[in-house]
Design a protein around this ligand. Sequence first.
Ligand code: ATP
Length: 340
Amino acid sequence: MIEVAGLRKTYGNFAAVVDSTFSVGEGEVFGIVGPNGAGKTTTLKVLSGLVEPTAGEVTVAGFDSGNPEMRHRLGFLPEESPLYEEMTPRSYLRFFADLYDVPSDVADDRIEATLDRLRLDHRERRLGDMSKGMKRKVAIARSLVNDPDVLVYDEPASGLDPVTTDSVLQFTRELRDAGKTVVFSAHNLYHVESVCDRVVVMNEGRIVARGSVDGIRERHGETTYHVFSDVAPNRTDALADIADADGPAARTEEVGDRFRTAVPTMTAVEAVREAVTAAGGEVVDIRTREPSLEDVFLDIVGRPMPGRYTAGTDGVPSDDESTDDETDGGRVSGEPEGAK
Ligand SMILES: Nc1ncnc2c1ncn2[C@@H]1O[C@H](COP(=O)(O)OP(=O)(O)OP(=O)(O)O)[C@@H](O)[C@H]1O
């Protein structure tokens, strides 16, 4: 449904997006995550035809981005969406439906059904008197007045209370169930984990990881094993060797009336068991702790990245000098494109 190949967007000599390639299948919720300034909004604006790419191919529903027909097939929800304060949700949504030439009876039914699904009451209240959550719901409803196949949502749930956030996330899942394709950017990685089928992680204009949330976690995150025992393990040589070879040294902490030793591998778990036995105790529980997308994200975006400026400016490194394929920061890894 969406194909992006070699997308680049520069402002002057600054690259907001560098060589971005991804595709999104029909009926998929696709997440774009990354720290401030990573290039998420720029990517979404290019998809929506609001910003012209400097280089690369972008097609949405088979049309080049920016093609007027493509705009009819797409609904965009910007991060900030000021509404006409004097209008009511109904009059505001009718106004946008008219812009899209939606017949009035179809528009009325569609608007009421969408507001029902979003559980938005007070449909005749002035927009200027509505809460932030209500306004966001109206903006979401606006993205749907033309019944688009593709929705591009920039931070749909940011700044909303937990109940409204939940209803927006649930609504996004319902859009997918109705066959819509949704591209979704968010800072809150819990939102992404709970809604997206696949994600790309962007950092400094580049895609640095991609795949399913679980896949990214498996590839980039490390499981930690927590071994609980009734006495602290002896610091045996075996344990020290394994800890040295396998990563961070085994750490033991007192937790209530137990001791918890965190280790990075199953082999190290066995070494802890032996060390506990050597100390006259026994292992009472072993638990695994999977990394959250947030752990992985912090790890990935903490890596060094090539520069974003083109050559000739104050000695700032050129993108052309970057070793995209070799640095962790610039590496693109994961599932083949189109995998779902
Ligand atoms: N019109 C513009 N002119 C110059 N620079 C721009 C323009 N739009 C965006 N940028 C820059 O491009 C970079 C990427 O911006 P973008 O808004 O896409 O990031 P983002 O990942 O959405 O960030 P945030 O999470 O803070 O919204 C930023 O450094 C931004 O300052």
